[in-house]
Design a protein around this ligand. Structure first.
Ligand code: AMP
Length: 114
């Protein structure tokens, strides 16, 4: 989508600290990290939010989780643990309307979220 920040990052039109890129997904470090490791994993395809996933997206959603697990391992988080977060819509705290999975780790994370 032309005016989507994360579409532009996926296309290379806006710089980001990319940690993984393949045909379907891109992962890059969050510009305002909330943990020592904070990476965002996005599909290249513009899906506005988790709430927009439909039946036809089941395979993509599965591959998204597999890619997130691989990225967590590659970032060295699997030994100590990590958290995935998917915010959806205003009440969910979503600020960028392109589906993204947060991979957070490198310290003990509090629960429940504020
Ligand atoms: P959310 O609040 O779940 O929509 O998460 C959006 C995330 O995108 C926030 O954690 C922001 O810090 C992050 N963010 C916004 N702009 C950029 C950018 N240009 N590069 C990397 N991360 C960004």
């Amino acid at each position: 989508m032309a005016d989507c920040l994360f579409c532009k990052i996926a296309a290379g039109a806006i710089p980001a600290d990319i940690v993984h890129a393949d045909e379907e997904f891109v992962a890059f470090r969050d510009i305002a990290p909330r943990a020592p490791v904070h990476v965002l994993l996005i599909p290249r395809r513009h899906i506005p939010s988790p709430g927009d996933l439909g039946d036809g997206d089941a395979a993509l959603a599965g591959r998204l989780l597999v890619a997130a697990a691989r990225i967590a391992r590659e970032l060295g988080l699997d030994a100590t643990g990590f958290r995935w977060v998917l915010n959806s819509g205003a009440d969910g705290g979503q600020t960028v309307p392109h589906l993204h999975l947060h991979v957070l780790g490198g310290r003990e994370l509090g629960w429940p979220p504020g």
